[in-house]
Ligand binder design. Structure first.
Ligand code: 2AM
Ligand code: CA
Length: 259
């Protein structure tokens, strides 16, 4: 299954790589910070068609199109056609196609593909996590010798203060941080040890579903900032890290109940 999903996702990656004149194909959604391009929509339509022909009994829960009413019942594809759309629009090569396949709310397969760098992250529940076919693992570094990666919940401007308070506290306990712009890739980077920890308030399931499985299969841990399991049917805050740093959640100024 993972190879079949990966082949489809790589073909979609070719659509992303060959995109031309992206600015002329960009539209705003809820605000000037919330963008969609014609490429997001075309890639999602392609993925919907191809993935559902792979597993016709599944439902499809994607960012840009009609969504299945409940992705936690039966088989469900949870899909972001382009995660990191602002990067894509601005010519910053840090975007990914993210596809997860869940059964009754349990993530079974996850594929995240960065077409710019040709990095393919894959995971299967119980079978490990891989980057371009090689096993990956979270790092063993304490945060004091490491970096954290964060996102800023751009469409919920009122979350900036809690985000920055937490970033300030984490910065004091770490070497540095990154804000890279694709939550799916951020999670994969923690999964392969490029960073020690990731957090962002108010992500949607298509942003984190595949990356969350990558984290777990790479030996890391992931939860909401309330410490509860991530949910695939609504927005969540996301806290993900290697094993060493997960418990920091209890010691830091975290707004536990922000969705
Ligand atoms: P996107 O590029 O697919 O929109 C950046 O902080 C992260 O937040 C990206 O993964 C981005 O995904 C995601 N994001 C952007 N707009 C969002 C929205 N309205 N709801 C949830 N996540 C969003
Ligand atoms: Ca997207």
């Amino acid at each position: 299954m993972v190879d079949k999903i990966a082949a489809i996702v790589k073909e979609a990656g070719q659509m992303v790589r060959s995109a031309q004149d992206i600015g002329a194909h960009t539209h705003t959604k809820t605000s000037d910070a919330d963008l969609v391009t014609d490429y997001d929509v075309a890639v999602e339509q392609f993925l919907r068609r191809e993935l559902l022909s792979l597993l016709p009994e599944a439902v499809f829960y994607g960012e840009e199109g009609e969504k299945a009413p409940d992705p936690t019942r039966g088989w469900a594809f949870i899909v972001d056609p382009i995660d990191g759309t602002t990067n894509f629009v601005r010519g910053i090569r840090q975007s990914a196609i993210s596809v997860a396949l869940a059964k009754d709310g349990d993530l079974r397969w996850g594929v995240v593909y960065d077409p710019g760098k040709e990095e393919l992250f894959t995971a299967e529940r119980g079978c490990g996590a891989f980057l371009n076919g090689r096993p990956i693992h979270v790092s063993a570094r304490p945060l004091a010798k490491g970096i954290f990666i964060m996102g800023t919940a751009i469409y919920r401007r009122e979350y900036l203060r809690p985000t920055m308070e937490l970033a300030t506290a984490l910065f004091a306990r770490s070497c540095d941080f990154r804000r890279l712009g694709s939550a799916a890739l951020d999670l994969c980077y923690v999964a392969c040890g490029r960073g020690e920890l990731f957090f962002e308030y108010s992500l949607c399931p298509w942003d984190f579903a595949a990356g969350a499985l990558l984290i777990e299969e790479a030996g890391g841990r992931v939860s909401t900032m309330a410490g509860t399991p991530l949910r695939l049917d609504r927005r969540c805050s996301v806290w993900a890290s290697n094993a060493e740093n997960f418990s920091l959640l209890a010691e830091l100024p975290v707004e536990r109940n922000l969705l």
